[in-house]
Every structure is written in structure tokens, then in C-alpha cells.
Write a protein that binds this ligand. Structure first.
Ligand code: UT7
Length: 328
């Protein structure tokens, strides 16, 4: 099928009110603002409070998209939520969001591809539009990672933050939309970044809480290496499939995990840093929500304008990685 088939229409985001600085972490963990900034580029992150559930954040981001586009909840044919930190394991986060916004005519389901979830969900949405199953697909990426991270583990706690971002996918108009996409995964690397307990294999128990296996575990250095390789592969493939070169890209919006990974990705892709959107300093790693939040910021601050070509790339647990080139 000839692309573009589908376009992204309207954006939205929600980030929790509470800002937590690196200095606050240095009061509860053996860490420092200097270490965190130098090794990750993070200065602060947002931490959702008890009244800011995954669903509430998703709803706030979704409502901005509806406002932007003039689409009503009843016009939505499908609602796809990318998350690895749902409010509850059953039913899906998407069904809870559907009830909250009153999208009565939509099919609702989650996509779990960790930090790559937003890009996977956009691909699924494009497929729904291409097969004419759906005219309007709301794609939301929402994470409350601070509820599943180990606050006593300095190797992970300082990295993550909460938030949500969203967009709507519909049939392409005027040549706008997704010019290329690429998705990959490698399940043999699962245990580099995972939550060992809490699922059906190791259901909740006192033991599980005691040994912290309910929380995110990560082999940071190995993840770093795999991330640099997979982000490079993602950029190469998206450009190749779009028949474009780095010079054609007006803005690169990479997954915001670590400034060093972002810089290595940009260097490999041949995109100068002044064409790379960075907000990891303000939000840390918000997993699936990271690219979605950055997209909304880039649109609202005028960095991403109609007519531009934007490339998205992400990697995450699984391992999963993906990329997209979009004519905005
Ligand atoms: O979305 C995907 C999610 N994950 C990622 O993207 C993470 C990818 N990995 C990374 O970003 C980096 O590997 C980290 C930021 C996690 C770690 O940076 P690093 O430069 O790879 O450090 P390291 O793991 O090699 O650790 C170096 C030292 C260790 O101490 P020793 O063994 O040298 O004495 C760590 O224990 O830094 C220590 N360390 C810390 N020190 C102060 C680890 N975390 C901290 C900390 N504060 N928060």
C-alpha cells in the first residue's frame, strides 16, 4: 500500500504537578545531583500524586487532543493505550479510559511494548485506519512508573518519571502522515530490564514484596549498550524505508531515557543536536509517554510546524525498538 495512509492529528499531554529534583534524591539515597546530571542529563522529574492515576493523566492528555481536533468521544472508533504501568492489571487501561471519557462506540485495548509503546501503538492505529476498521483512533501513552520503581534502588529510582501524551490517527490528508515505520523486538534480552514478580508466574506474596521483585530491575550498562545499537538501527531503517537521508529530517524526537543515548543516536543518524528535541532534563524517563509528551511540547512551542519531516525513535524493555518518519 502506498504511504502515507494515516496521519497524526492533534496532540495533548499531562505532566504531574509535583516536581522532584535530584537534590531531593540525594537526601534519601546515596547519590548526587552531579552524578545524575552527568550520567543521565536528568535534572528533575514529575511524580504523580494519589489523585493523579494513570487513567486521570491519560484522560487529561486525551481531552487536549479532542479539543485540538474538534472530535468528540463518540466519534472515536478505537482507543489504544500504550503503558507498562496500568492502574490495574485487568481490565485494560484503555477500557478504564474509555469509560472516563465516554468513548462509547470505540474498541479499546492496551499495547505493552514498554518505552517503545507509543510508536508500536501508532503502527497499530495506522493498520486500523488502513484496513478501514477505524476512522478515528485515539492513541494515548500514559505511565505512572514511580508506582512500580524501587525507591531504595539508586540505580533505577533516579531515572524515571510520570506523565501522559496523546494524539489522534486518521486517514492521511494532503500527503501528510506516516511516510515509513519500523518495529523490532528481541525477547532473549528480556531480563536486562523487567519486573520479575507480580504476574501469573510469581503472583503477589509477602516474599515478593520483601525481595523487591515487584519493582523494575535493570542491568543499566547492558541496557545502555543495547539501546544505542537499537536506536541506531531504528533510525537507519526508518530513513531507508522512507527513501530519505538525515538531511531531510527537520526534527528528531527520540525516546528520552538518557542524554548520552540521545546524543549517540543523533550522531549515528547524522542529525545535528539543534534538530533534536530534548526534555529528559525536565521529565526523566517516562517510558511509553516520553515520545508522546515530547511531541506535544514540540508542536505547542512551535519546534514542529506543518510541512516538516519528523523522525521518532524509541527502545525499551522486551527488548523492543521502533521508528517512524512523519510528514507533519
Ligand atoms: O527506557 C529504557 C530504560 N533504561 C535506560 O535507558 C537505562 C540505560 N542505562 C543508563 O542510562 C546508564 O547505564 C545508567 C544511567 C543507568 C548508569 O550509568 P552508567 O554510566 O552506565 O553507570 P554504571 O551502571 O556503569 O555505574 C557506575 C557507578 C557504579 O558504581 P561502581 O560499581 O563503579 O562503584 C554504580 O553503582 O555508578 C554507581 N551508580 C550511582 N552512583 C550515584 C549507579 N547509580 C548511581 C546513582 N548515584 N544514582
Amino acid at each position: 500500500m502506498k504511504r502515507p495512509i494515516a496521519e497524526l492529528w492533534g496532540t495533548g499531554r499531562y505532566t504531574p504537578k509535583r516536581v522532584m529534583t535530584n537534590d531531593e534524591f540525594s537526601k534519601i539515597l546515596d547519590t548526587s545531583d552531579q552524578w545524575i546530571r552527568e550520567r543521565t542529563g536528568i535534572r528533575e522529574r514529575r511524580v504523580a500524586g494519589p489523585d493523579e492515576s494513570n487513567a486521570c493523566m491519560a484522560k487529561a492528555a486525551a481531552e487536549q487532543v479532542l479539543q485540538d481536533t474538534g472530535i468528540t468521544p463518540l466519534d472515536l472508533d478505537a482507543l489504544v493505550v500504550a503503558t507498562c504501568s496500568p492502574d490495574r492489571l485487568l481490565p485494560s487501561q484503555a477500557c478504564d479510559l474509555q469509560a472516563l471519557i465516554g468513548a462509547k462506540h470505540a474498541a479499546a485495548f492496551d499495547v505493552q511494548a514498554a518505552c517503545t509503546g507509543f510508536l508500536y501503538a501508532l503502527n497499530v492505529a495506522e493498520g486500523l485506519v488502513a484496513s478501514e476498521q477505524a476512522e478515528h483512533v485515539l492513541v494515548v501513552a500514559s505511565e505512572k512508573l514511580t508506582s512500580i520503581m524501587d525507591w531504595s534502588d539508586r540505580t533505577t529510582a533516579v531515572l524515571f518519571g510520570d506523565g501522559a501524551g496523546a494524539t489522534l490517527v486518521r486517514k492521511s490528508t494532503d500527503g501528510r502522515g506516516m511516510l515509513s515505520s519500523y518495529m523490532r523486538s528481541d525477547g532473549t534480552l528480556a531480563e536486562l530490564l523487567y519486573r520479575p514478580g507480580g504476574g501469573a508466574a510469581h503472583p503477589p506474596s509477602e516474599e515478593l514484596l520483601k525481595d523487591h521483585s515487584y519493582y523494575i530491575h535493570m542491568a543499566g550498562r547492558e541496557v545502555f549498550k543495547a539501546a544505542v545499537l537499537s536506536m541506531a538501527d531504528a533510525c537507519d531503517k526508518a530513513l531507508e524505508r522512507a527513501g530519505l537521508s538525515a538531511g531531510d529530517i527537520d526534527l528528531l524526537i527520540p525516546h528520552q531515557a538518557n542524554i548520552r543515548i540521545i546524543e549517540a543516536t543523533a550522531k549515528h543518524a547524522g542529525v545535528p543536536m539543534d534538530k533534536v528535541y530534548v526534555n529528559v532534563d525536565r521529565y526523566g524517563n517516562t517510558s511509553a509517554a516520553s515520545v508522546a509528551i515530547a511531541l506535544d511540547e514540540a508542536v505547542r512551542c512551535g519546534r514542529l510546524k506543518p510541512g516538516m519531516k519528523v523522525m521518532f525513535c524509541a527502545f525499551g524493555a522486551g527488548f523492543t525498538w521502533a521508528s517512524l518518519v512523519v510528514q507533519w
